[in-house]
Design a protein around this ligand. Sequence first.
Ligand code: AMP
Length: 249
Amino acid sequence: MKILVPVKRVIDYNVKVRVKADGSGVDLANVKMSMNPFDEISVEEALRLKEAGKATEVVVVSVGPQQATETLRTGLAMGADRGILVKTDETTEPLAVAKILKAIVEAEEPGLVILGKQAIDDDCNQTGQMLAALLGWSQGTFASKVDLGEGTADVTREVDGGLQTIKLKLPAIVTTDLRLNEPRYASLPNIMKAKKKPIDEKTPDDFGVDVTPRLTVVSTAEPAARQAGVKVGSVGELVDKLKNEAGVL
Ligand code: AMP
């Protein structure tokens, strides 16, 4: 069984994001970019399934600019077999990405697509769900455990009341949560090997998908600066402040 893993190039999670002066978005100039952290978890899970003999091939796919090739190379260095770059300089919205992924799924026929639960740049948490809807496939979102059986996948999900396990019929969509696994680091020999692994280049037009954004960003603003904390001398003072200043008691 083939596993398809969509990986997005996003601002590295360690970078302090700067909002553009005109509020139209965030500044991407000279900023370190990396693979979306949830997508590293997806790649890791796909590789573990392959190593357990439950999958035969792991294909990583990214929709983005030419530099998204680096993101694909990261996945290949972790152990994925080949990559697909769908090249566009547009800001991609989840629906456009889901439509492109649908076309790739139809061509590649994977048994499982593992996506991140959300991209940390747009925080949309939509692509996996939209892809499941477009394909008419079952989906297990926010997975903290995935068990593959014969034609099925048991997905454990973190829900309000605890852990819920659902059984999906394959082919299916899974989106990954933080606790699913801890992604491996690529070793230097594997980074070198990844340079020789194939990356197929496509464009959204190849799939007949218009990626022009549908949403207009009205404004982007920095979060309000946090106020400094105060030290209290006693429990009594703390209770008094919570009651009379913060108004939370
Ligand atoms: P989102 O719905 O934007 O929060 O993204 C959820 C997941 O969809 C990500 O973790 C990726 O697995 C996938 N995804 C979103 N955008 C892209 C993209 N441009 N290229 C590849 N995968 C993407």
